[in-house]
Ligand binder design. Structure first.
Ligand code: TYD
Length: 203
């Protein structure tokens, strides 16, 4: 596949979408085809799954894991792989590491099982580069605006477990992950992201 697949991970309220759109703008200005997407909800089917997951009422933990995996399977097959095959750069707001952190660790469904589920769902499609936008949970919670969805309102211990698992995933695979401290201002973090992506794209 000719393209590059870059994912952005982190807890709720860490500012992923701001950095994705800054990066997308500058890559487009350099002449790249850029596809910006997100999980859950990067496809028409995914939009409906997202609604069920976040605003549809009670969802049991295993059903939750399967719904995120179903969203990912359809997204990988119909959006991400075709874009990579065209040579595009795909920037995705959350991907399988979110399932490992939220469902595998915080919901305690088993990190390895949840990873395997997502790898099966995507036929082993892994990102080339993953940014962890890291922020202490109390600061992240203060940054959230509007009414909380089902996951956002899961409580401090849940979100601490999510953060700890993201940090552990990043530490275990420094080749793929770059950890960014987003207490720094937006310009500083954005410059770091641009530098890492420049290295990835360098011939
Ligand atoms: P997102 O749209 O990124 O929300 P936000 O913009 O508030 O960060 O993700 C929606 C929620 O879904 C978020 O709370 C994290 C959760 N999530 C999982 O629990 N598992 C997953 O596999 C994914 C992709 C998201």
């Amino acid at each position: 596949m000719g393209g590059r697949f870059i994912t952005f991970e982190g807890g709720d309220g860490v500012g992923k979408s701001t950095h994705i759109s800054l990066l997308a703008d500058s890559l487009r200005a350099q002449g790249h085809e850029v596809v910006v997407s997100r999980e859950p909800g990067g496809t028409p089917l995914g939009t409906q799954i997202r609604e069920l997951l976040l605003h549809g009422g009670d969802v049991s933990p295993r059903a939750e894991a399967l719904l995120y995996a179903a969203d990912r399977a359809h997204h990988a097959a119909t959006v991400i792989r075709p874009a990579l095959e065209r040579g595009a750069i795909v920037l995705c707001d959350r991907y399988l590491d979110s399932s490992i952190a939220y469902q595998g660790a915080a919901r305690a469904l088993g990190k390895e099982e949840v990873r395997e589920l997502s790898l099966w769902a995507t036929e082993n499609l892994l990102p080339d580069l993953t940014f962890l936008l890291d922020l202490p949970v109390d600061i992240a919670q203060q940054r959230l605006v509007g009414e909380s969805d089902r996951i956002e309102s899961a409580g401090m211990a849940f979100h601490e477990a999510v953060r700890a698992e993201f940090l552990a995933l990043a530490e275990a695979d420094p080749q793929r992950w770059r950890v960014l401290d987003v207490r720094e201002d937006i310009e500083t973090v954005s410059a770091q992201i641009h530098e890492h992506v420049r290295e990835l794209l360098a011939p």
